[in-house]
Design a protein around this ligand. Structure first.
Ligand code: PMP
Length: 383
C-alpha cells in the first residue's frame, strides 16, 4: 500500500494521455525552438499553451513562468539567481530552519560565498511567526524564502501575511510551493510574492518538470544557473521537454478543477486513519492541528523507533520517516528538531501521506497493519 504521496504522487491517467502525442506522433516531437519549420512551431505552441494553462489558475501572467526540471532547480534558480544578481545591494538573506534541503543547502552554499543567512525557527506547532521574520530584517536584506506547506508535517505557513509585510520593502520574497501547488488556491494577482517554485510530480503530473514564477522578469533580474541556447528567456537554456510540459499543464488543470473534492477526500481519509490508529494507543500528531493540509500526517508512537517501524512495515505499507530525500541515513528530522521536539518523539516520528487515489479501505487496512506493528515492537521491547 502506497502512503508516501508527499514524496511523489502517481501520475494522473489524463496527464499520461496528454503527454503521449508529443512522444510518438509524427511532427509533434519536434524541437519547440525549431520555429523555422511548421512542426517546430506546432511544438512551440503546445509549450506556450501549457504555460498559459499553468498561469491561469494562479492568476499569473504566463510570461512570468519559466520551466525547470522541478522544484529543486526552481528553488536554486530563485535563490542563487536573486542573491548573485543583487549582491551589490546587500548580502543578508533570510529563510527558515524547516525548509526542504533544496532550499537549505542552497542557503548553506551562499553562506560559503560570504552571504549572511538568518534561519528562522518555527513555534512548537511548526509555524513561522511573521513578527520574528520582520525583526530579522535589515537594510542589507535582499531576499526572504519561506515554504507554503512543510513537506514533513503538512503545516501551512502564513505566506500571505509575510508577503504583505514585505510588500513595501525592497526585499524579494520567494515561496517554495512544491507541496501546495494544485492543492491550495494561490492568487498571484492578489498576493505580492515575487518568486514561486512548483513541481509537477507532487500534483499527479510527471517527474522531472516544474517551473519558477518570476513576477515581472524585467523588474526581478535573476542570474541564470545555466548558459546555453537562450530558451526560457535566457533563464533556463536547454531543449524544452514538450511532453513533460504538456503533462504538467494537464495535471495542474485537473488539480484545480478537483481541488475541493481532493481536499474533502483527504480530510475523510485523515479522520479515518487517526480513528483506526487508536488501536495502537499512545501516539501524538506533530504539527499545527488546524493550519495543516489533511493529506500529510506526521506522528510519533510512544516507545517505538521510526526506523524499526518502517522495517516492520516494509513489505506492507510504504510510509516515510522524516523526508524521503533524507531517508537511507538514520538522521533525525531537522523540521521536528527546529520545532523543539526531542527524544523518543523525535526518533519515533513517521510521515503518512495520501491523496486522490487512496481508498478508505486502504487507509483502514494500513491503520490496522501499523497498529499491529506498533504493538509487536512494544511487546518485543519489553521482552
Ligand atoms: N520543496 C519541497 C517542499 C518538496 O517537498 C520537494 C520534494 N520533496 C522539493 C522542494 C523538491 O522538488 P523536486 O522533487 O521537484 O526537485
Amino acid at each position: 500500500m502506497y502512503l508516501d504521496y508527499a514524496a511523489t504522487t502517481p501520475i494522473a491517467p489524463e496527464a499520461v494521455d496528454a503527454m503521449l502525442p508529443y512522444l510518438t506522433q509524427t511532427g509533434l516531437f519536434a524541437n519547440p525552438s525549431s520555429i523555422q519549420h511548421g512542426m517546430g512551431e506546432a511544438a512551440e505552441s503546445v509549450v506556450e499553451r501549457s504555460r498559459s494553462r499553468i498561469a491561469e489558475p494562479c492568476h499569473g501572467n504566463a510570461k512570468d513562468f519559466v520551466f525547470t526540471s522541478g522544484a529543486t532547480e526552481a528553488n536554486n534558480l530563485a535563490i542563487k539567481g536573486i542573491a548573485l544578481a543583487h549582491r551589490d545591494r546587500g548580502r543578508h538573506i533570510v529563510t527558515t530552519a524547516i525548509e526542504h534541503k533544496s532550499v537549505l543547502d542552497t542557503f548553506k552554499h551562499l553562506e560559503s560565498q560570504s552571504f549572511a543567512v538568518t534561519y528562522l525557527r518555527p513555534d512548537s506547532n511548526g509555524r513561522i511567526v511573521p513578527d520574528d521574520l520582520l525583526k530579522s530584517l535589515s537594510d542589507e536584506t535582499i531576499l526572504v524564502s519561506v515554504m507554503q506547506i512543510n513537506n514533513e508535517t503538512g503545516v501551512i505557513q502564513p505566506i500571505e501575511q509575510i508577503a504583505d509585510a514585505l510588500a513595501d520593502k525592497n526585499i524579494f520574497f520567494h515561496v517554495d510551493a512544491a507541496q501546495s501547488a494544485g492543492k491550495l488556491p494561490i492568487d498571484l494577482s492578489a498576493i505580492p510574492i515575487d518568486l514561486l517554485s512548483i513541481s509537477a510530480h507532487k500534483f499527479y503530473g510527471p517527474k522531472g518538470i516544474g517551473c519558477l514564477f518570476i513576477r515581472n522578469r524585467k523588474r526581478t533580474p535573476l542570474a541564470p544557473l545555466l548558459h546555453g541556447g537562450g530558451q526560457e528567456f535566457g533563464l533556463r537554456p536547454g531543449t524544452l521537454a514538450t511532453h513533460q510540459i504538456a503533462g504538467m499543464a494537464e495535471a495542474f488543470g485537473i488539480a484545480h478543477e478537483r481541488q475541493a473534492q481532493d481536499l474533502d477526500h483527504a480530510e475523510r481519509l485523515r479522520k479515518l486513519l487517526l480513528e483506526s490508529l487508536q488501536a495502537a494507543g499512545d501516539f501524538v500528531v506533530n504539527g499545527d492541528p488546524t493550519h495543516c493540509l489533511p493529506n500529510i500526517v506526521n506522528l510519533s508512537f510512544a516507545n517505538v523507533d521510526a526506523s524499526a517501524l518502517l522495517i516492520a512495515l516494509r513489505d506492507q505499507v510504504a510510509i516515510a520517516s522524516g523526508s524521503a530525500c533524507n531517508s537511507g541515513a538514520v538522521e533525525a528530522s531537522h523540521v521536528l528538531r527546529a520545532m523543539g521536539i526531542e527524544g523518543d518523539r523525535l526518533y519515533g516520528a513517521v510521515r503518512i501521506s495520501f491523496g486522490r487515489y487512496t481508498t478508505e479501505t486502504e487507509i483502514v487496512s494500513a491503520g490496522r497493519s501499523i497498529a499491529e506493528a506498533v504493538e509487536r515492537l512494544r511487546t518485543l521491547a519489553l521482552e
